[in-house]
Design a protein around this ligand. Structure first.
Ligand code: AP5
Ligand code: MG
Length: 222
């Protein structure tokens, strides 16, 4: 099964995708993770990604589409949960074409809905694990020891785009692009909305139930 998660920054796409990956045994592919890795490289590509990423701007399609689809092709055998991609119609069309070429399609698009004042607060409090990108929040999901990842012990840091200016820019871009994406998937009858202004566990249960009805096979909670 191939799933796309939509929703504003801070709605919980990464948080839910990590948990869905375990419950559904479907690989989680986050465009932000792929671009954060590219951002670290000491190359012209790395410098370009840094410039856009750090300002909260979308990285140009020509770079993003190639990097994400390349990564997706390596994961797609068992299906994929896409988080952060696509973000505009050009990306959605490129994704459809890549899946069609492999005899696949998007089975479900889940839009995580949460008010903008709620997501802004969450982003300011987010801390991210340096080693593997595990997601915390100083208010809603603190680690056992401040500044240290519960899972792998690595340092927790504040993402360079989690500052007020970049957050405002990211949410502005989201507001501009989201309508055409939801129309695109709504017209295909595969768009589903989940209320994400609740605990992560409550959101997860709705998402698992929804995807279960659409054919996913959840594994028992461990
Ligand atoms: P990306 O990494 O995708 O970031 P984003 O779009 O800004 O989205 P976030 O990761 O901020 O939000 P999320 O919904 O995943 O929230 P999370 O689960 O972490 O992209 C970063 C940048 O990369 C972009 O700005 C752009 O430059 C570039 N990029 C990426 N994709 C691109 C593309 N396709 N095209 C072009 N450029 C691209 O949760 C947030 C916080 O809330 C956490 O602290 C979490 O603990 C907390 N939280 C989560 N759920 C709940 C809950 N239910 N209750 C309380 N707290 C919660
Ligand atoms: Mg994310």
């Amino acid at each position: 099964m191939n799933v796309v998660l939509l929703g504003p920054q801070g709605s919980g796409k990464g948080t839910q995708a990590d948990m869905l990956e375990e419950r559904l045994e479907i690989a989680h592919l986050a465009s932000g993770d792929v671009l954060r890795a590219a951002r670290e490289s000491d190359t012209e590509l790395g410098a370009t990604v840094r410039r856009f990423y750090d300002a909260g701007e979308l990285v140009p399609d020509a770079i993003t589409i190639e990097l994400i689809l390349d990564s997706m092709r390596r994961h797609m055998a068992g299906g994929v949960i896409l988080d952060g991609f696509p973000r505009n119609l050009a990306q959605a069309r490129a994704l459809d074409a890549a899946l069609a070429a492999a005899g696949q399609r998007i089975d479900a698009v889940v839009e995580l809905a949460a008010p903008l004042d709620v997501v802004r607060e969450r982003l300011v409090g987010r801390r991210t694990c340096r080693a593997q990108g595990h997601i915390y929040n100083v208010v809603t999901n603190p680690p056992a020891t401040a500044g240290v990842c519960d899972v792998d012990g690595s340092e927790l840091y504040q993402r360079p785009d989690d500052n007020p200016q970049a957050i405002a820019k990211r949410l502005e871009i989201w507001a501009r692009e989201n309508g055409e994406l939801t129309r695109y998937y709504g017209d295909r009858g595969i768009l589903h909305r989940v209320d994400a202004d609740r605990t992560p566990e409550a959101v997860l249960e709705d998402a698992v139930a929804l995807l279960g009805r659409l054919g996913a096979r959840p594994v028992a909670e461990g």
